[in-house]
Design a protein around this ligand. Structure first.
Ligand code: ASP
Length: 350
């Protein structure tokens, strides 16, 4: 009798805890945008391939065990190479995420994305998504048909990260090759290798092991719920371009941009954000016409602070932001103000 009672208790406990697990499985929505993770090649060892041809359903089905991690939904936002990213897709991602979280339809979001501009989409969302639930971007360096495709494990890790409680509140993240990066500082730093991403100033936030995130730092700059940027569905983002400096760079490109009527220009200067006299003259002229400039550097780490070498520290500086991140922050800053002091305040806080 005693044994029977124990047996029934054990069966009930198992049934209860399995139901509990099923309930506890996080709800993750994967927003697919294309890239190499959705790419296919002619041969399994081919370096040439076509990105953005595999659907999200097929990508999910190619990852063994992924459905054990989470209850999954997939939405095909677009299927493009990320070099063809457009503002309309950023806004579609932003408002899809907002609606999933506002209506409590997901506990976390994963975005599959081409690696070329992944850091830019991640940073834009880091500054505009107004939720603390995890948003994780991932992609791959090798197409889905490759001998050692990296997409399936990256996606597995991304779903595991987006479904983990410890990922909440850390801003938008990128997970690639087991490493977890903050959108704030991540950059693509290798053109071909699966270890393609790094965080050159601050290092990764942590890493994934057996589907569990191990964090050793959190971003301290303003992001997501603490961001002041409010973007509307039909937002027309200011036009901001980037001009790189190099030995005897001419003023042709910057002059043309100013004449075209761009709103802002980020200077990817040499060294600590320096540029030559020809460029400096164009800046004076452009500033008087209302164009706003931010000094950053073409150097991968170290950033640009207010200390100036040859010309006055008249223009805001990007801090640790790369030129491509500074461009996004200047676009968002200029939705609020054209005052240089206000633009600098924003660069100091984000
Ligand atoms: N050009 C591709 C893209 O960004 C590269 C990749 O996904 O790795 O879409």
């Amino acid at each position: 009798m005693k044994t029977r009672i124990l047996l029934i208790a054990a069966i009930l406990f198992t049934a209860f805890s399995t139901a509990g697990n099923a309930r506890q499985k996080p709800r993750i929505t994967i927003l697919a945008t294309g890239g190499t993770i959705a790419g296919a090649a002619q041969g399994a060892a081919s370096a040439s391939y076509t990105p953005g041809v595999i659907s999200i359903e097929n990508i999910i089905e190619s990852v063994p065990g992924i459905r054990d991690l989470a209850s999954l939904d997939g939405i095909q936002i677009c299927n493009i190479s990320s070099q063809n990213m457009e503002p309309a897709i950023w806004l579609k991602l932003l408002f899809t995420i907002d609606s999933l979280f506002t209506n409590n339809l997901a506990d976390g979001v994963v975005i599959t994305h081409g690696t070329d501009t992944m850091e830019e989409t991640a940073y834009f969302l880091n500054l505009t998504v107004k939720h603390s639930k995890p948003v994780v971007l991932t992609g791959s360096m090798r197409p889905s048909t490759s001998l050692s495709a990296d997409g399936p494990f990256n996606l597995y890790n991304a779903v595991a990260l987006a479904g983990s409680a410890s990922a909440a509140g850390k801003g938008v993240m990128v997970v690639m090759n087991d490493y977890i990066f903050s959108a704030d500082d991540v950059t693509k730093s290798n053109t071909v290798n699966p270890m393609a991403f790094s965080s050159p100033n601050l290092g990764p936030l942590g890493y994934m092991r057996d589907g569990i995130p191990v964090f050793y730092r959190a971003p301290l700059t303003r992001h997501t719920v603490n961001s002041e940027f409010v973007i509307s569905r039909d937002e027309h983002l200011p036009q901001v371009e980037i001009i790189m400096s190099y030995a005897f760079s001419s003023n042709i490109a910057i002059k043309a941009l100013i004449e075209t009527g761009v709103d802002g220009i980020v200077l990817a200067g040499v060294g600590h954000g320096n540029y030559n006299r020809d460029i400096a003259e164009e800046l004076e002229w452009g500033y008087a016409r209302g164009v706003r400039f931010v000094r950053s550097s073409r150097i991968i780490s170290g950033g640009v602070d207010k200390a100036a070498e040859e010309f006055d520290a008249k223009y805001p500086v990007a801090g640790l932001k790369s030129p491509q991140k500074a461009r996004i922050l200047l676009m968002l800053a200029m939705t609020q103000s054209k005052r240089s002091s206000e633009i600098q305040r924003i660069f100091d806080e984000y």
